[in-house]
Design a protein around this ligand. Structure first.
Ligand code: IPD
Ligand code: CA
Ligand code: CA
Ligand code: CA
Length: 258
């Protein structure tokens, strides 16, 4: 992979993270998107704008898919596509001023090349890519030990847990315990570190793009809840986990029906 691209993106992300941290000292504009619990701030939008401008000036031929401001659909994954979630965990950003990430995934003809997940308040950048390994800042991480569903923690989407959607609560009860962070990026990080065995949620492409590049590098499995590839087109159910945990959850959902 292009080392220069990695260095460039890391500099952009440092700058974006600094901008977000500084924004916490000022009043921000918070707007409801689809409803009371679906928020966007001017900082989400400005961070996406900042990253898009960097990509456009350095890689003018490339395509960009981003959560905010009408960039949330794309014709096809042909060529090089940058997938941006400027603030993942906007509710946490607004209510907690921590536990949110910047996420960026780079794909070529639909194949993940590089992934970046930046835990902004901890100053921790998880990054890596195809045949590159996975890093936390400068340190190369080792692949975590894999376990069964019953042997580890399971990250869940709050709504799915509450409604027992696709047996989320039943599956959670089979694990060592359920964790709900409200931030897909943090759930991906928890798996990469070996803290969680799996994650079941309902996500859009920018919520999973960066994460799946890193998960794949470590041998985790992921797909939608039918067991078929993710569409990169709108929201869908998302399952990732150690091979054993992934297979166990998928099997349970497919055998027991929706
Ligand atoms: C959300 C978070 C949350 C997940 C939602 C996402 P956003 O992203 O990742 O954990 O449950 O599905 O939409 O909107 O804060 O970027
Ligand atoms: Ca959002
Ligand atoms: Ca998100
Ligand atoms: Ca977001």
């Amino acid at each position: 992979m292009d080392k220069r691209m990695v260095s460039e993106v890391r500099v952009w992300l440092e700058e974006a993270a600094q901008f977000i941290r500084e924004s916490l000292d000022h009043t921000m504009t918070v707007v409801e998107k689809s409803g009371r619990t679906d928020l966007v701030t001017n900082i989400d939008e400005e961070t996406q704008e900042f990253l898009m401008n960097k990509i456009r000036s350095h890689y003018p031929e490339d395509k960009i898919l981003g959560e905010e401001k009408g960039y949330n659909t794309i014709d096809s994954l042909e060529g090089r596509v940058w997938i941006i979630d400027p603030i993942d965990g906007t509710m946490n950003f607004v209510m907690e001023q921590e536990n949110f990430c910047i996420m960026l995934g780079i794909f070529e003809n639909g194949i993940g090349q590089l992934g970046f997940i930046y835990d902004v308040m901890k100053n921790e950048l998880y990054w890596g890519g195809k045949k590159l390994g996975v890093y936390l800042n400068e340190t190369r991480l080792t692949q975590p030990a894999f376990g069964k569903l019953s042997e580890g923690l399971l990250g869940l989407n709050a709504h799915m847990y509450g409604e027992n959607t696709h047996f989320a609560r039943v599956l959670g009860n089979k694990s060592m315990g359920v964790r709900i962070s409200g931030c897909a990026g943090l759930e991906m990080i928890a798996m990469l570190k070996g803290n969680h065995n799996g994650y079941l949620s309902n996500l859009s492409p920018w919520d999973y793009a960066a994460g799946i590049v890193l998960l794949e590098e470590f041998g985790f499995k992921y797909s939608n809840l039918k067991g078929t590839p993710l569409s990169f087109d709108g929201r869908e159910y998302f399952l990732a986990g150690s091979p054993e945990t992934y297979e166990e959850i998928l099997h349970y959902v497919l055998v027991n029906g929706a």
